[in-house]
Design a protein around this ligand. Structure first.
Ligand SMILES: Nc1ncnc2c1ncn2[C@@H]1O[C@H](COP(=O)(O)OP(=O)(O)OP(=O)(O)O)[C@@H](O)[C@H]1O
Ligand SMILES: C[C@H](N)[C@H](N)CCCCCC(=O)O
Ligand SMILES: [Mg+2]
Length: 226
């Protein structure tokens, strides 16, 4: 049976895509057939006659299964905004049936489907729906990426509370050192290790240069999937 992970984060721009790439590379090295999914990408550019987004391209390239762009990213929205605003500007409705179909398609092709959200846990898709509601409908196990910086403790604990209130399983978290100057980084990690009640799957240091090889930052043995 296909395994799933949904990658959320404490905010936008805190390293969900980098952590997703690290996880995909770790699974690839373990011989697992992987597919990345970025169901909704806001902030796309016309590339070869098609709207494309850099997160989705990263996931497409890091997947071991060969996938078309549109399979990785069914909703490619232009403006780099919250999806509900970007969709309005593009006169597009985010039809969740298409998200369901996209996930089902990848489930048939891969042993592990890794889905990256947009922004944080409660990001809106429309005036009445938010992405967490779709994740809850799909019952996807959740990995929380914490961008280690001042403010992350509150954001991480709020995310945990709502993920669990949504009836979902927080199966792990990843500490991503996005801010090389953040104070008390180890103390923050110690606090979250204690408080999140989920395994720390890896720590990604601040990477000044090459970000191509990331698998060694992840310990898949910490991940209990059923
Ligand atoms: N550990 C790190 N070291 C150095 N730079 C990092 C690190 N993690 C992330 N970055 C950089 O920070 C930026 C944001 O990272 P990323 O795109 O992975 O965030 P995100 O949470 O996926 O954002 P979005 O909400 O747009 O999907 C990128 O330029 C990325 O290269
Ligand atoms: C455009 C950006 N990089 C992300 N893809 C979308 C972030 C949405 C954040 C919405 C919010 O919580 O205010
Ligand atoms: Mg991203």
């Amino acid at each position: 049976m296909t395994q799933h992970l949904f990658i959320t984060g404490t905010d936008t721009d805190i390293g969900k895509t980098l952590a997703a790439k690290a996880l995909l590379q770790a699974f690839n090295q373990a011989g697992v057939a992987t597919a990345g999914f970025k169901p909704i990408a806001a902030g796309c550019e016309m590339t070869d006659g098609e709207l494309k987004n850099s997160d989705a391209l990263t996931l497409q390239n890091a997947s071991s299964v060969k996938l078309d762009y549109s399979e990785v990213n069914p909703f490619a929205l232009t403006a780099p905004l919250s999806p509900h605003l970007a969709a309005k500007l593009d006169h597009c409705d985010i039809d969740e049936a298409r998200l369901d179909a996209g996930l089902e398609n990848l489930s048939a092709k891969a042993e592990l489907v890794l889905t990256e959200g947009a922004g944080g846990w409660l990001v809106p898709l429309s005036d009445t729906r938010s992405l967490n509601q779709w994740v809850a409908k799909q019952q996807l196990p959740v990995v929380l990426v914490v961008g280690i910086k001042l403010g992350c403790l509150n954001h991480a604990m709020l995310s945990k509370r709502v993920i669990e209130a949504d009836g979902l399983n927080l199966v792990g978290w990843i500490a991503n050192h996005v801010d090389p100057n953040a104070a008390c980084q180890q103390q923050n990690i110690d606090y979250l290790t204690e408080q999140l009640g989920a395994p720390l799957l890896g720590r990604i240091p601040f990477l000044d240069g090459d970000k191509s090889q990331l698998a060694h930052y992840i310990d898949l043995s910490k991940l209990a999937l059923c």
